[in-house]
Write a protein that binds this ligand. Structure first.
Ligand SMILES: O=C(O)C1=C[C@@H](OP(=O)(O)O)[C@@H](O)[C@H](O)C1
Ligand SMILES: C=C(OP(=O)(O)O)C(=O)O
Length: 425
């Protein structure tokens, strides 16, 4: 297994220009493909999750031209008329590819098989499939009920009234919303249970509106989408920097300071994970806010007790900031950490204990008490990009650490360790 040794970092200083947002990149690519006309996507993220979406679009007959850096894509929309692929669509462990494609391909004519990495076959999708089947969609499990892989015979959905359970993932609602304009008839979607990760629905509605489709909704409880609509291509659309990726550099500056300027996200970001910077101000970081950039400096860090349901990805970064805060940190209302790239509650608790922290792992929360003394260990990363990036904060805090399988960051941030090194002293 590859290992990356990180020696203690004394300070961080400089400017980080963020890669494009994973969540925005995959939504924009799919809607651009569904549109009629050509869309140029700028600041596209180049990572595994995006490459899986691009691979699927290619098999579906969508022509996408990329620049050398794979950060500008020219997408020739096919108005939702896809080729029936000659092989299954392999989507890795990319939730933002797998879920939206499931709903969209259930809406348009053709036969499709959606497969993924072993972990994707352990990530539930039953809430989405239930809703699609209730609307007349022909979606079947090829191995186990409620889990990928899926077989889809598209084009059977007329629209109508449907309930969808929002308690495990917001991506199921995102998928249904993105597909609903393609249904023949109008659709009213009602949320069953509590909707988690709500800010990601704002991202979905924002991108849909930019491609010409508006959704009526009342307080995230009921959504009305007119059927028979066509997404409209855009001459150009710029992808914001990834706010979840920004969290590691907000944390690094807060822990180790000097000063880091983070370009690509700011006060005007549409991504909920920008809320992590607000949390870090509570923790003690000093942050200057601009429309599309942040300037972050060190502060006296103290533990906080927060409901992190709105910022599930960036909240992981708080779990390692906690190692350097005065007093305990509690991160609550994050049950669905357990169904992401790994069971993140178990994995973070296990690796934080290895480093020397005292940890309480609850059903849907984690409490971290910083170590008296740090252990110089090799942390396992469970094929989870965020675990690798979170534990890099140990080195930022001035302690040596080894990261096992560091290339797992390729899922959303292939250049992470190079960027961290570029601002480290
Ligand atoms: O819609 C999206 O782009 C995402 C939604 C979130 O998932 P859940 O809604 O399952 O929490 C988040 O964890 C994921 O990284 C991206
Ligand atoms: C959960 C994540 O990804 P996804 O659900 O999009 O696979 C993530 O990026 O932390």
């Amino acid at each position: 297994m590859e290992q990356l040794r990180l020696e203690p970092i004394s300070r961080v200083n400089g400017t980080v220009t963020l890669p494009g947002s994973k969540s925005l990149s995959n939504r924009i690519l799919l809607l651009a493909a569904l549109a009629s006309g050509t869309t140029v996507v700028e600041n596209l993220l180049d990572s595994d999750d995006i490459r899986h979406m691009l691979g699927a679009l290619k098999l579906l007959g969508v022509n996408v031209t990329l620049n050398d850096e794979r950060t500008v894509a020219t997408v020739e929309g096919v108005s939702g008329v896809f080729n029936t692929p000659t092989e299954p669509l392999f989507l890795g462990n990319a939730g933002t590819a797998y879920r939206p494609l499931t709903a969209v391909l259930a809406a348009v004519a053709g036969e499709y098989e959606l497969i993924g990495e072993p972990r994707m076959e352990e990530r539930p999708i039953g809430h989405l499939v239930d809703a699609l089947q209730a609307l007349g969609g022909d979606v079947t499990y090829t191995k186990h009920k409620d889990y990928p892989p899926l077989k889809i015979v598209g084009g059977q959905i007329k629209g109508g009234e449907v309930e969808i359970d929002g308690s495990i993932s917001s991506q199921f609602l995102t998928a249904l919303l993105m597909a609903a304009p393609l249904f023949n008839g109008d659709t009213t979607i009602t949320i069953k249970g509590t909707l988690v990760s709500k800010p990601y629905i704002d991202i979905t509605l924002d991108v849909m509106a930019r491609f010409g489709v508006n959704v009526e909704h009342s307080d995230y409880a009921t959504f009305k989408v007119k059927g028979g609509q066509q997404y409209q291509s855009l001459d150009r659309i710029m992808v914001e920097g990834d706010a979840s990726s920004a969290s590691y550099f907000v944390a690094a500056a807060a822990i180790a300071g000097g000063e880091i300027e983070i370009k690509g996200v700011g006060a005007k970001s549409v991504q909920g994970d920008i809320g992590f910077a607000k949390v870090m101000e509570q923790v003690g970081a000093k942050i200057d806010w601009y429309d599309e950039r942040l300037v972050v400096r060190k502060g006296e860090l103290k533990g906080v007790d927060i409901d992190a349901n709105a910022i599930p990805d960036a909240a992981m970064t708080l779990a390692t900031v906690a190692l350097f805060a005065k007093g305990p940190t509690a991160i609550r209302n994050i049950y669905n950490w357990r169904v992401k790239e790994t069971d993140r509650l178990y994995a973070m608790a296990t690796e934080l204990r290895k480093v020397g922290a005292q940890v309480v792992e609850g059903e849907d929360f984690i409490e971290i008490t910083p170590p008296e003394t740090f252990n110089d260990v090799a942390v396992d990363t469970y094929d989870d990009h965020r675990i690798a990036m979170c534990f890099a904060m140990v080195a930022v805090g001035g302690k040596p650490i080894t990261i096992n399988d560091p290339k797992c960051t390729y899922k959303t941030f292939p250049t992470f360790f190079n960027v961290l090194a570029s601002v480290s002293e």
